[in-house]
Design a protein around this ligand. Structure first.
Ligand SMILES: *Cc1c(COP(=O)(O)O)cnc(C)c1O
Length: 477
């Protein structure tokens, strides 16, 4: 080892590393002080947020104006910039981390994922190529394999870590488009869709709008889809699926964003596969039910698909942003995504950029790795089971108070009506303004409802009881 011959402080010989700042402290010392302060501000924020109202106070939102205005002509110290953020930014955030945020389908952020994200930011890795960050590329690969296992998907499935389920749907559907047209003798990446054999896309009446957006981005059209009728829970009716062929993409859903219901994949997939259709699954949160022995049966049949989209930032609580695209034949994803250029010479390793719509990108696979590593198989199962049990408690409590639960509470989603649409909307507005918890509204098959999504690892039984009481009070006022 030649380690002892390395200068005492290796980084002191790096240009700038040891130079003096204007304040007299070294640049490294000033940076350390700044980061310690940022860490302290973040910890104070998280500790304070538990007792704070969930939606920010209107006055706090108004104070954000302090951060507007033209870009100053000269520099501002980093300390002053951080102070501005904490002084005006923190109070106007939505308190998503206190376990009483039930809006949309938003998870929280696991401590390990948060800590990893701090480290990832310090590393500032570009996760496009192995040569740019062996750590980012290896951890992403491992995390993708863990996700595949947790979701019960076939060995050999590969994928990409992207920003969310929208981009995961986009990426997986690009692989579908590539494969079906390649089989028909058409190079869609080279020649585009003009004059290409027609692809038919079949979706459920209840497909998530972001999946339709992904289809639009791919030139497959948001409106051009064939919509299959659904039942009262939003599940595609297996008996209503049209004839499929080798130029069809069939999009199934695992976890309806309102009801949490699953399309009957086991009834639909065998015939679709036999017909040569590409089966894609939008499983942004619901697919994670496969990680729990108690809930796994809901995902039966989805493993027969060709591609899947899911989110790390929903049920696994990885923090924003983290989506995952998985494709049974990784070469299909590569066919759609890889680029070549003389300066992009690549080696033997899996290169994320070959499977990804992005080139330069954040090492978000590291946060996914860290969050899943901290949970283990049992931890992921527990999040699914605990949040679903909280959802059942919400449903029972609201029913007991005399209100109508509109859905079968199969996982973590609850839809409740407080009577007329006006009364339901008034209740939601009061609840949001009161601040104990936060729920949004939706319209489910013509009926206005409040939607409760229990997706955070941090939600406790006490949070549920406090929130239930606040909901009933808001409805009775
Ligand atoms: C949330 C969701 C999406 C979109 O996911 P993003 O991560 O917000 O892009 C797509 N489909 C379903 C079913 C969802 O619940």
């Amino acid at each position: 080892m030649t380690g002892s011959r390395v200068p005492h402080s290796a980084h002191s010989s790096v240009p700038h590393g040891g130079h003096s700042s204007l304040a007299g402290a070294s640049v490294g010392e000033a940076r350390t002080a700044l980061l310690k302060r940022a860490a302290r501000d973040a910890m104070d924020y998280l500790e304070g947020v538990d007792g704070r109202r969930v939606a920010p106070a209107p006055e706090a939102v108004a104070r954000l104006n302090a951060l507007r205005g033209p870009l100053p002509p000269g520099p501002t110290s980093a300390e002053a910039v951080l102070h501005l953020l904490d002084e005006y930014g923190s109070p106007a955030t939505v308190a998503k981390n206190n376990g009483r945020y039930f809006g949309f389908v938003n998870g929280g952020c696991l401590p390990a994922a948060l800590a990893a994200s701090w480290l990832v930011s310090a590393w500032d890795q570009n996760a496009a190529f192995f040569v740019q960050s062996p750590t980012a590329v290896v951890l992403e690969e491992v995390a993708l394999e863990w996700v595949r296992e947790l979701l019960g998907l076939p060995a050999g499935t590969g994928g990409a870590v992207v920003t969310g389920a929208t981009m995961a749907n986009f990426s997986a559907l690009a692989a579908a488009r590539h494969t079906l047209l390649k089989r028909a003798g058409w190079d869609v990446e080279g020649d585009g869709l003009f004059g290409a054999p027609e692809i038919r896309v079949v979706v459920g009446e209840e497909a998530h709008p972001s999946m339709l957006k992904a289809l639009g981005l791919l030139g497959l059209g948001r409106k051009r889809v064939v919509r299959v009728p659904v039942d009262g829970q939003g599940r595609m009716r297996a008996d209503a699926v049209p004839h499929l062929d080798g130029l069809t993409i069939l999009c199934l859903q695992a976890g309806n964003v309102n009801t949490g219901a699953f399309d009957p994949a086991a009834a639909i997939c065998p015939e679709a596969r036999a017909a040569g259709a590409w089966i894609h699954v939008d499983g942004a949160f619901g697919l994670w039910a496969a990680a729990s022995p108690e809930f796994r049966k809901l995902t039966r049949g989805f493993e027969q698909a060709d591609s899947w989209a899911t989110d790390g930032h929903k049920w696994p609580n990885i923090g924003y942003d983290c989506g995952i695209a998985l494709v049974r034949e990784p070469e299909a994803l590569k066919g759609a995504m890889s680029v070549t250029a003389s300066y992009l010479a690549t080696g033997e390793q899996r290169e994320p950029s070959d499977y990804n719509p992005e080139l330069s990108r954040r090492a978000r696979g590291v946060e996914l790795w860290a969050g899943l590593r901290s949970l283990g198989r049992s931890g992921m199962a527990e999040i699914v089971e605990r949040t679903s049990s909280h959802a059942r408690r919400f449903a029972a409590g609201l029913r007991a108070a005399g209100y109508e639960v509109l859905n079968e509470v199969v996982i973590n989603q609850v839809l409740v009506s407080f009577g007329t649409a006006e009364r339901t909307l008034r209740t939601i507005a009061r609840l949001q303004a009161e601040g104990t918890c936060w729920c949004g509204s939706t319209v489910w098959q013509g009926k206005t409802a409040m939607r409760i999504s229990v997706s955070s690892w941090a939600t406790t039984k006490e949070d549920v009881e406090l929130s239930l009481a606040a909901m009933v009070k808001a409805a009775e006022e």
